[in-house]
Design a protein around this ligand. Structure first.
Ligand code: ZN
Length: 197
């Protein structure tokens, strides 16, 4: 018992001495020589360059390796007369509209006239929306232009909802779209195949 106590005290005093030596710089800390030995053994290596450090999550695009010659560049840009010529060429497929006189490409509707129709349709849609709002459409809806309601007897509109567009009907917009605009407008809304043309 007494012997073990003595050895303990001995060890404690030894550690205390070590500590004092360390603090006063008289001795190297334990393991210092070992560390120094490993540092000396290994040849100092330059820091390794890694693409991963530079790019991170990014990725590389393919880039051209050779300069493209002027001939190749021009041919790509303007084409070749024997193959595909990409220069601007005058258009020969232009037509003049018979109605408004604007020029347009053959095979397509005249944009000016088409816009006129689009605007008219939009005005009509807005008038319908203003009149019907969000109510369910349970009756037939008749769209009339200004002054058209008085032209016909009231019985014609019985059981129908009337939407009035507050402007006169355009001359080009026939009441009966199955009828040609050159003819005078139909007096009735009935359409019979024999009356057409
Ligand atoms: Zn036109």
């Amino acid at each position: 018992m007494a012997a073990s106590l003595l050895t303990r005290i001995n060890i404690a005093i030894g550690r205390f001495e070590q500590l004092i030596d360390l603090t006063l710089g008289r001795r190297y800390p334990p393991g210092a020589f070992c560390l120094a030995g490993t540092a000396v053994d290994r040849f100092p290596q330059p820091p390794r360059f890694s693409l991963k450090d530079v790019l991170g999550d990014g990725f590389l695009w393919a880039v051209p390796k050779h300069r493209r010659s002027i001939e190749k560049r021009l041919k790509r840009k303007f084409g070749h007369p024997d193959y595909v010529l990409k220069i601007m060429k005058p258009k020969t497929n232009l037509r003049t509209c018979n109605v408004c006189g604007d020029d347009h490409e053959a095979g397509v509707l005249c944009p000016t006239c088409y816009k006129k129709v689009m605007d008219e349709t939009k005005a009509m849609q807005e008038a319908i929306q203003e009149e019907l709002k969000l109510e369910p459409v349970e009756k037939e809806v008749v769209v009339l232009y200004e002054g058209e309601k008085d032209e016909k007897p009231d019985e014609t509109f019985e059981g129908k909802r009337i939407v009035e567009v507050k402007k006169p009907r355009p001359a080009w917009f026939s009441k009966n779209l199955l009828q040609q605009t050159t003819q005078k407008p139909a007096t009735t809304s009935d359409v019979k195949p024999s009356d057409l043309g």
